[in-house]
Design a protein around this ligand. Structure first.
Ligand code: FAD
Ligand code: 2HG
Ligand code: ZN
Length: 482
């Protein structure tokens, strides 16, 4: 398992679960929502990468806000630490216990509350799985403003808590813009109703933003109101090859101008990422098999006019080919080819997971410098025990630098860190573009935030969660809170 957990000490102020606690929870929830089964706990204690593992003896699965509020009120009064958990697809060790924290999982809170077809505002419970929301909206002629590879398991509450970015941010912006309202439960059980559905509301501090991206450290989100865009009829996807990174950048520059308002995704992957996907995912075929290219770019357009959108995309690609930015390319001819192009990009984390141990870095870096880090890292690691892979949301300036190795190895880690964080900080980047800090990066926060800012964050944490029971050891350096 990852090394961060071994450097954190269990905070002795937290109580341990006893029989009276179990009796209380069974009384308020009913026995089936009080989970002590070893197999279920093993899954809930282990993160998606198999990197972080806790030893919780108890998972609670409330049905509604009132039950969740009672749980938190009780845990707070008993000083029992709690980990909020949604789909457990987080990639920074935030969604699993570090020690024996009580897991509060929102999966049963999965109702759609309302949908307004005029405004496009969806109100739902936090445990709704993203893919289910996508299917629900599809029937209504709408889409979710975010999409990501983990959609089959991740929950909207988890998405909002991590301020997940994903594959459409370049078009629809971040959840700080599309989430219109929230309901959240504080550590003491207070229910804070901020579940507005208005685009505009300037009545004082907009406190919902504190919960968007705070990774369960300030409260548990129970309901979400979100603005959804209409589903447009013309979606086109091109899979392109570029010889070098400079061409990818120029292509982005051109795409923003020539595709403009119809551009809905601009993703890139390098040859190493492509090889991993081809090697580890059975169903994937290379759409551009005639040669091996250094970089691949996936461009999606979404608009309302099939013929003019296609014409625009084809003219853009012709120009890109003629000017040498693109060496080869294919436009999906039907929806199954479109999904197969997306599968290549979305399948990279799964391919990396199959390849062995993986060190993941999710960085915002100015686009022109972004790939220099991947090359510097390759030079630094310099041997074939570690495969350095670069891909990500190029349109958002978000690099996913992954180092894949046969097993977790402290020598490899020592070569990667702190180099990767220092490099990013030197270029005024962010050490977390979209996955959050979790356990992995709580202590690294200073690479991206000033000490005054971190102090203010700690003050807010103390105000909302004075006993520090919510997701301890994560997000903020624990030493600031004890
Ligand atoms: P979890 O993993 O269960 O929890 C994540 C964090 O949020 C934890 O700190 C947890 O304590 C907290 N939390 C969960 N639910 C709540 C709640 N209701 N209230 C308060 N706190 C809560 N992320 C991106 O940003 N973009 C991507 O493109 C992307 N792609 C991914 C692809 C794959 C294959 C995988 C495995 C992950 C990907 N991720 C991506 C990371 C992850 O899916 C997202 O962070 C997702 O938003 C987490 O949702 P979840 O329900 O699984 O939350
Ligand atoms: C993606 O964009 C996700 O595919 C996961 O954010 C990135 O695994 C990663 O590093
Ligand atoms: Zn991503």
């Amino acid at each position: 398992y990852g090394s961060e957990a071994s450097i954190v000490q269990r905070n002795p102020k937290f109580s341990t679960i006893n029989n009276d606690d179990i009796t209380y929870f069974e009384k308020i929830l009913g026995a089936k929502k009080v989970i002590q089964d070893n197999e279920e706990l093993e899954t809930a204690n282990t993160d998606w990468m198999n990197k972080y593992k806790g030893s919780s003896k108890l998972m609670l699965q409330p049905d509604n806000t009132e039950e969740l509020s009672q749980i938190l009120k009780y845990c707070n009064s008993r000083c029992l630490a709690v980990v909020p958990q949604g789909g457990n697809t987080g990639l920074v060790g935030g969604s699993v216990p570090v020690f024996d924290e009580v897991i509060v999982n929102t999966r049963r809170m999965n109702k759609i509350i309302s949908f307004d077809e005029v405004s496009g505002v969806l109100v739902c419970e936090a445990g709704c799985i993203l893919e289910n929301l996508i299917s629900f909206l599809d029937q209504k002629g709408f889409i979710m403003p975010l999409d990501l590879g983990a959609k089959g398991s991740c929950q909207i509450g988890g998405n909002v808590s991590t301020n997940a970015g994903g594959l459409r941010l370049v078009r629809y912006g971040s959840l700080h813009g599309t989430v219109l309202g929230l309901e959240a439960v504080l550590a003491n059980g207070d229910v804070i109703d901020m579940l507005g559905t208005l685009r505009k509301d300037n009545t004082g501090y907009d406190l919902k933003h504190l919960f968007i991206g705070s990774e369960g450290s300030l409260g548990i989100i129970t309901k979400v109101s979100i603005l959804t865009p209409p589903k447009l009829s013309a979606v086109n996807i091109a899979f392109l090859a570029c010889e070098d990174y400079a061409s990818c950048q120029k292509l982005l520059f051109q795409a923003k101008r020539r595709l403009g308002e119809i551009l809905s995704a601009f993703e890139f992957l390098d040859a190493q990422a492509m090889n991993l996907v081809l090697h580890h995912l059975d169903s994937v075929r290379n759409p551009l098999p005639s040669s091996i290219y250094s970089f691949y770019v996936l461009i999606e357009t979404t608009g309302s006019n099939e013929s003019s959108d296609k014409e625009k995309l084809e003219a853009f690609l012709l120009h890109a080919m003629e000017t040498g930015l693109v060496s080869d390319g294919a436009i999906a001819q039907d929806s199954s080819q479109a999904s197969s192009f997306w599968h290549i990009r979305e399948g990279i984390p799964e391919a990396l997971q199959k390849a062995g141990a993986v060190y993941k870095y999710d960085l915002s870096i100015p686009v022109e410098k972004m790939y220099d880090l991947v090359e510097d890292m390759r030079l630094r690691l310099g041997d074939d025990r570690a495969n350095v892979v670069g891909y990500g949301h190029l349109g958002d300036g978000n690099l996913h630098l992954n180092v894949s190795a046969p097993k977790y190895d402290d020598d490899i880690l020592a070569k990667i860190e702190p180099f990767v964080y220092e490099w990013t900080s030197r270029h005024r980047g962010s050490i977390s573009a979209e996955h959050g800090l979790g356990l992995m990066k709580a202590e690294k926060i200073y690479y991206s935030k000033s000490s005054e800012t971190v102090q203010l964050m700690a003050s807010i944490k103390r105000l909302l969660d004075p006993n520090g029971v919510l997701n301890p050891y994560k997000v903020i350096p624990p030493s600031l809170l004890s």
